[in-house]
Write a protein of this length. Sequence first.
Length: 230
Amino acid sequence: MAQHVVGDRLDIVRINIITAGQPGMRACTAIDGDGCSRAGAVQRPLSQVVTVGAGIARRNDDVDDVLLEFGREVVRESNRLGIIIDMAHANHETMMDILELSEHPVIFSHGGVREYTDHDRAVTDDEIRAIAAQGGVIGIWPHGRHISDVAEMVDYIEHVIKVGGVDHVGIGSDLRGISRYVAGFDEEARFHAIGSELLNREYSAEDVGKVMGGNFFRVWQAVTGEYVEP
């Protein structure tokens, strides 16, 4: 999937959304304010969010940055155009603002859970509940610097299931975006190992299918209006 960065005017955002790809862009990310360390965004002050482009506080910033009016306009425009909003790089305050404003489910595409790690890309139980309440999905990533192996990764998945429900968790692989993968998943991207571990823990085939992609497909269909066969 190609990535496109847009600026800080809504008319330019709208043009980029429409022309970024054929049949069109379908997901956008609220990302860091400094512009370079995570997603190559245009530099903007903290919390002036362009959901495809620039400027929110990092999740580990100890500040109360919130979604400003321009960011609100982009959230509304994303809703209107059927674009999925990803909050994986957003701080808590911005996430809550997006969830309150968005008429569609949103996702936290890749990260961990704060129950097991204090890493800044880890969702709290309150964030899990809020995303789930709106029909969204949290993607657990196979990051080898924070999670040791597939079994521990499934522990993370099970925590989201416990807190938010099986309909609201998925796999956020972040392929080629992290330097080391969990043992058993590895660079070969052994997704089947995750499914096998879930089956070994006596999850039904239906629930395993939801975790392995069905939940993300559901959000895709709900937001974009397009059916994607899993």
